[in-house]
Design a protein around this ligand. Structure first.
Ligand code: AR6
Length: 196
C-alpha cells in the first residue's frame, strides 16, 4: 500500500507500468481521479473554466461549489495552459485545471497544445511546491483526440519535464478511467519510457 498517496501499489516498484524519471515515480493506474489523495488532481477543463461533462463534471460534483467560485474569478484559461484552485471537498488539496485542444484532424497544432497543457500543469505544481499530481487523459473524451496518439504525447511531455525542469515532484500518476484508455497508455509507456 502506498499510504501517502492513497492507492494500493499494483506492482512492485520498477516493474510493469511504473517507472522512475530522475527520482520521480511515473505510474499508470485505472480508476476515478476524484478518489485520489495526491497533492493535486488535474481537470480536463474548457477554456472558459465553466464546468462541463466527463472528468470536469465529476470533479466539480465531488469537490463542491468552492472550486467553481475560484474558477469564475480566474476568468478562463487559454488552450494549452493551466490554472490552479482549491480542491474544495476533494481529498486532493488542489485542482489544476488544464485545457487540452479540441481535436480537428491533427494539423491544427493539437500535439503542441496537448503537450503544453501537461507541461504547464506540472510547472504550476512545481511552483506551488507540490510533490504528487494525478492526471486524467486530457482531450481524449469530448475533445476527440485519438487516445493512442494522445497517450504518447502525454507521456513524452511528462518525461521531458521531469528530466529537464526544476521541480520537487515525487509522483506523477495517470488515473485512467476505462480499460481502453489504460491499454493505450500502457502501450505508449512501453514506447516512451525505455528511451529514457
Ligand atoms: N476519472 C478519471 N478519468 C475520467 C473520469 C474520472 N472520474 N471521468 C471521465 N474520465 P473528458 P476532454 C476520462 O471528456 O476530452 C468537458 O465537458 C474520460 O473517460 O472528460 O479533455 C469539459 O468541460 C476520458 O478518457 O475531457 C470540456 O468542455 C478523459 O477523462 C471537455 O469536456 C477525458 O475526457 C473536455 O474534453
Amino acid at each position: 500500500m502506498n499510504a501517502r498517496h492513497g492507492l494500493p501499489r499494483l506492482r512492485p516498484r520498477g516493474l510493469g507500468h511504473e517507472g522512475r524519471v530522475r527520482g520521480a515515480v511515473l505510474e499508470l493506474v485505472q480508476g476515478d481521479i476524484t478518489d485520489q489523495e495526491t497533492d493535486a488532481i488535474v481537470n480536463a477543463a474548457n477554456a472558459r473554466l465553466a464546468g462541463g461533462g466527463g472528468v470536469d463534471g465529476a470533479i466539480h460534483r465531488a469537490g463542491g461549489p468552492r472550486i467553481m467560485e475560484e474558477c469564475r474569478r480566474l476568468g478562463g484559461c487559454p488552450t494549452g495552459e493551466a490554472r490552479i484552485t482549491t480542491g474544495g471537498e476533494l481529498k486532493a488539496r488542489h485542482v489544476i485545471h488544464a485545457v487540452g485542444p479540441v481535436y480537428r484532424g491533427g494539423a491544427s497544432g493539437e500535439e503542441h497544445l496537448l503537450a503544453s497543457a501537461y507541461r504547464n500543469s506540472l510547472r504550476l505544481a512545481a511552483e506551488h511546491g507540490l510533490e504528487s499530481v494525478a492526471f486524467p487523459s486530457l482531450s481524449t473524451g469530448a475533445y476527440g483526440y485519438p487516445v493512442q496518439d494522445a497517450a504518447e504525447v502525454a507521456l513524452q511531455a511528462i518525461v521531458e519535464f521531469l528530466e529537464n525542469e526544476r521541480h520537487g515532484l515525487e509522483l506523477v500518476r495517470f488515473v485512467l478511467f476505462d480499460r481502453r484508455t489504460m491499454e493505450a497508455f500502457e502501450e505508449a509507456f512501453e514506447r516512451v519510457l525505455p528511451r529514457h
